[in-house]
Design a protein around this ligand. Sequence first.
Ligand code: GLN
Length: 307
Amino acid sequence: MKTNIDYQSLLEEIHAEVRPLIGQGKVADYIPPLAGRSPQHFGMSLRTIDGNSYSVGEAHERFSIQSIAKVFNLTRAMQLEGDDVWKRVGREPSGAAFNSLGQLENEHGIPRNPMINAGALVVMDIILNHTDTGEDLILDIVRDLAMEPSIDYDLVVAEAEHETGHRNRASAWLLKTYDNLDNPVERVLQAYFRLCSLSMSCAELATAFHYLAAAGTSASGAVVASERQVKRINSVMLTCGVYDEAGDYAYRVGLPAKSGVGGGIVAVMPGEYIVTVWSPGLSEKGNSLVGTKALELLTTKTQSSIF
Ligand code: GLN
């Protein structure tokens, strides 16, 4: 582990460098409550595996984590079913948009990976097979991981997605025609929209994802996943976590990462730290523009990446 880095000064330096860029990009407008968010926000947190936290900007402001939650979803399904998860979802980068439908048809109802919407719907279906209500299968775990019991779903966001999520509904029905959803379509969609609506801050996310940098052990010391499972989750994040920007990401940032259309990104430096960033202006591919720049600056300035 690199012990001689002054992360606080480094984050402040990065914040100063990206400040002129904040506001660039386009806020996700297909989910009405997200459309109202200003692109002017910026927050960043870094938490080392020995428990030191560093933050700049609005690192403690909660935002809609959206697809970042797909990592909690996958982790939970792997806890419940281990490698059987891969019987129903692939682990290849999609090279397509996160809500692509054409690919699902071409691949006969097996989504390319668990980080795109169709894949997350299947993973949610796997989890729902283990419960009658489905409500708390993920929320309790996220609260424990972040050591923050006040974390919750934003039901206004979940409801808005339920009303406007026509593409997700189409994906779910397509999955159903291929017999790759066991539960009723509406049940899976509701649980999925709730999952996407989780509201968390950069600092909370950095604590919650501790286990991905620490071989499966959470910030509070609980074993959440095996070392082998963590290797797998990180590899899927690297190849699929930022959709069809994964190649550019590996090239520029060099860390496994997962983004959400709320403008958040979580990235993992195994054995060292979790870094999280939030800025709602998105690239065309749906990843935070300024957030990506901040992560690129971090790995450039520390001269370290997984490569
Ligand atoms: N809830 C969003 C959707 O289903 C998540 C997309 C994302 O964050 N990339 O479209």
